[in-house]
Design a protein around this ligand. Sequence first.
Ligand SMILES: [Zn+2]
Length: 191
Amino acid sequence: MTLALLLGGVLVPIAHASPVYSFPVQGCKYTYARYHHDYPATDILTHVGCLFVAPTSGLVDEVNRVDRFTWKTDLGADRGGLSISIIGDDGVRYYGSHLSYISSKMVPGHRVKVGEVMGRIGVSGDARGTAPHLHFGISWPTRAGIWWVRRGELYPWKYLDHWKVGKDLSPAQSVAALEKKVGTVPKRVGY
Ligand SMILES: [Zn+2]
């Protein structure tokens, strides 16, 4: 939404009157590298217990409340541990994993508002034993269980760079273009 003030006959936009996007980690310091192994995503390094918030308003998509990961099986579907994905009102899917806690309100179909607390950062899944981080992925909606798309298809740091300073930047066009190019359920590549 764009809001503007009429000042002396000149329309002046009010910055961030109604932010569409939020940085997904709140309440703690964090860093993130412009690199991710094998496929596009970002690991946002922070501390256990920090807040994972909705990066934009939308509907809860898939929720995994049980950490089934073991190195013996190393199943792709389990690597995220406790995780949540949402489908934003912008049509983009956002995914956060390795959580330690998920709010009881987060069930598929539940409506979240931008900045709403969805869970807390942890070291579940294959993050066990690593520096605590939120794995953050941007993709498009699929049917349930397509974890190799859900984990991330588009490099997120350009958007994170904007959201952390309160600027809205939407990945919707880039995500739509990429989906068109590779298909909604492409063959899994990499790890
Ligand atoms: Zn990751």
